[in-house]
Design a protein around this ligand. Structure first.
Ligand code: MF3
Ligand code: CO
Length: 291
């Protein structure tokens, strides 16, 4: 943690200011939490104002992608049609869909229907049906900067039971967001999300969580939603990560489709829902970057 920086040296953050006038107090505060035994963020997890501005440009494209999907999605459409929308919007802005070729992922967006938890692969053969609930998970690279968010869509006549799942998971994210502030802990958010899901009789997927994002698609820290208040990593201004709990109506257990090695399903076949937002920790709270 910047032990060798002199007080009059330029700050490690690249601001050009002297360390003593920039992140010295920040580092001391972090050191204090570290000495108390907490997990603390590394310098590379702290975004500069310049990086944040560029990530926000990427997020504008990501939000537009999801807005166009929201506008066009309907029963009878294929998930490949959603993939085409993402490609078109990205192309219009000179952006690249981040999932495409990511660790071999074959498409530009993840489309996960009903008991699919995440990483569904768009297909011409997969037609949206009346009553379906679907997560569209969109990630964009613009000028090398990453944004990532996902929304649920409900098609036609969705059962009250499934509607409640979709709405409750959105509330989970909103409640979790309120916990995002400097010098709190990721576990504050994790517990609030978990408690709200459990109160409705649902369960939160343990194996897959959120992540730092912005400079790369997936950065540290890994973000769990089965954590407890006061635990997990300290939040500090400049950190950016996703809030993206996957919540199952039944048991939390999941499995990966052995045919495509990607799509994750609930083990018990119960419905699953997820919303994802990209959040920045600011000096006095948080800012939503992509939703
Ligand atoms: N958008 C997903 C996330 O939130 C990542 C899926 S992209 C894939 O991390 F290529 F891995 F499918
Ligand atoms: Co994500």
């Amino acid at each position: 943690m910047a032990k060798k920086i002199g007080r009059n040296d330029p700050c490690w953050c690249g601001s050009g200011k002297k360390y003593k006038a920039c992140h010295e107090a920040f580092d001391r505060k972090i050191e204090m939490f570290k000495n108390q035994g907490h997990k603390v963020p590394a310098h590379k997890m702290i975004k500069t104002p310049e990086q944040i501005a560029l990530i926000k440009e990427s997020a504008k494209v990501n939000v537009e992608c999801l807005d166009v999907v929201a506008d066009k999605i309907c029963v009878g459409m294929s998930t490949e049609d959603i993939n085409r929308i993402i490609n078109e919007v990205c192309e219009k802005h000179g952006a690249i869909p981040a999932p495409l070729n990511y660790e071999g992922f074959p498409k530009s967006v993840c489309t996960s229907i009903n008991d699919a938890v995440c990483h569904g692969i768009p297909s011409e053969d997969e037609i949206l049906q009346d009553g379906d609930i679907i997560n569209v998970d969109c990630s964009t690279i613009l000028n090398g900067y990453f944004s990532d968010s996902s929304r649920m869509f409900m098609l036609g006549n969705v059962s009250d039971e499934n509607k409640k799942l979709v709405e409750t998971v959105k509330e989970c994210v909103e409640l979790g967001l309120k916990e995002v502030k400097p010098w709190g802990f990721l576990g504050d958010m994790g517990q609030v999300i978990n408690d709200h899901a459990k109160a409705a009789g649902y369960s939160v997927v343990r194996e897959i969580g959120g992540h730092g994002v912005g400079i790369e698609f997936h950065e540290d820290p890994w973000v769990s939603y089965v954590t407890r208040r006061g635990t997990d990593m300290l939040m500090a201004p400049g950190m950016m990560f996703t809030i993206e709990p996957m919540v199952n109506m039944g048991a939390p257990d999941v499995f990966v489709d052995s045919e495509n090695d990607w799509t994750v399903y609930t083990e018990d076949g119960s419905m699953s829902a997820q919303w994802e937002i990209q959040v920045l920790v600011t000096e006095d709270g948080h800012e939503v970057i992509s939703w």
